[in-house]
Design a protein. Structure first.
Length: 373
């Protein structure tokens, strides 16, 4: 007789078996019956070499435990290393995204600056170049001045932040720059001093009802304000609008920002001094800037000893060595052992003082030469 059975019967039997086992487990659970594991009978005492076998089993158990502990330690190290690598990759990805975002933002800002500069230079028949009175020569743009001469566009120098420079130094800069283009000193944020004089140069007047004076220049139709960053362009434009009052249609709404050339690394002494005086020295490692002693030597060449003494409230000194010695003695700069600091360290602190609270200024070449004699 064949033992072959139908699949329906086969599956029905399996289902009944499962149900029976389930009921048995349920009843055992209700009665509290637990399935006891078989107890290891151990090694009989009559077994030969029982002690050696127990030692062998203990040794294998210790080896197994050591292997498990070793694997556990390796797994922890691997997990820690993996977590550190994951965290490092995450931070690197964040830094890359942030760098890309800053780069895109910088490119967009530069694109907008180029577009605004192009619009201002295209429409303006008079260009006002804003120069920081503390160091006007470092704020000049030779390419812009050459373009103005080539296109026959009238160029006017505006010495902004004039209240930060002594009157005699300001007069020297006015005399030096007047040889190349009309120049006026402006303190836009201090009572708008000099703004009326600038408006007269443009053929405009703060009082619209006032008739034009005899011999006054032809009124400028479109005036644009141009300059490097942090030279007071926006303040100058706002001061001109406030001085005129009402609608000033001849003054272009936007100010054009000149883009500084790529700064060399490390910065030379002249550029380091220029940025330090204006409080715009970029943050970075010390190797990116010129040596402090070279910067101070350039400062002594570009300004007078009286200006430096007045800025830092120092006694009379001669040369860079005298300046460093006087500054260190006046500030009481000492090292951990109570000895005087090296000249390089004192010069570094003096340069940091200039950057933290800009107050130094450069004098015209003629005045600097006369003051050093």
């Amino acid at each position: 007789k064949s033992k072959k059975q139908k699949l329906s019967l086969k599956y029905n039997i399996q289902k009944r078996v499962r149900e029976h086992k389930r009921r048995v487990r349920k009843e055992a659970k209700k009665l509290g019956i637990k399935k006891c594991a078989k107890k290891d009978p151990g090694i009989p005492n009559t077994w030969p070499f029982k002690a050696q076998m127990l030692q062998e089993l203990e040794r294998k158990k210790e080896l197994r435990e050591e292997e498990i502990a070793k694997k556990r330690v390796e797994a922890k190290k691997k997990a820690k290393k993996s977590a550190e690598q994951t965290d490092k990759d995450r931070k690197q990805a964040i830094a890359e995204r942030e760098a890309d975002r800053r780069q895109r933002k910088l490119e967009e800002a530069q694109k907008q600056q180029r577009a605004s500069l192009r619009k201002v230079l295209t429409r303006a028949d008079v260009v006002i170049q804003a120069l920081d009175a503390r160091d006007p020569m470092g704020c000049r743009c030779a390419a812009l001045e050459a373009w103005a001469r080539e296109k026959n566009v009238r160029l006017i120098f505006a010495l902004t932040k004039a209240d930060a420079v002594p009157p005699q130094v300001l007069a020297g800069w006015l005399q030096a720059l007047a040889k190349e283009a009309p120049v006026v000193a402006v303190a836009a944020e201090a009572g708008r001093e000099g703004v009326p004089d600038l408006l007269k140069m443009l053929g405009r007047s703060a009082n619209l009802s006032e008739p034009a004076a005899a011999g006054a220049p032809k009124p400028a139709e479109h005036v644009g304000v141009v300059g490097y960053p942090n030279t007071g362009k926006q303040a100058l434009s706002k001061a001109m609008r406030r001085e005129c009052g009402g609608t000033v249609s001849w003054l272009l709404d936007m100010v054009a920002r000149l883009r500084p050339e790529a700064m060399p690394k490390p910065l030379d002494a002249a550029l380091t001094l220029h940025l330090s005086i204006r409080g715009a020295l970029p943050k970075g490692p010390p190797g990116d800037v010129a040596a402090p002693l070279d910067v101070l030597r350039h400062l002594v060449e570009r300004t007078t000893a009286q200006a430096v003494m007045r800025r830092f409230r120092l006694p009379v000194f001669e040369g860079v060595e005298g300046l460093v010695a006087a500054f260190g003695k006046d500030r009481g700069l000492k090292n951990k052992k109570g000895k005087d600091l090296l000249p390089e360290a004192v010069a570094k602190k003096l340069l940091a003082d200039i950057v933290a609270a800009p107050g130094c200024f450069c004098t015209p070449p003629e005045a600097a030469a006369a003051g050093s004699e």
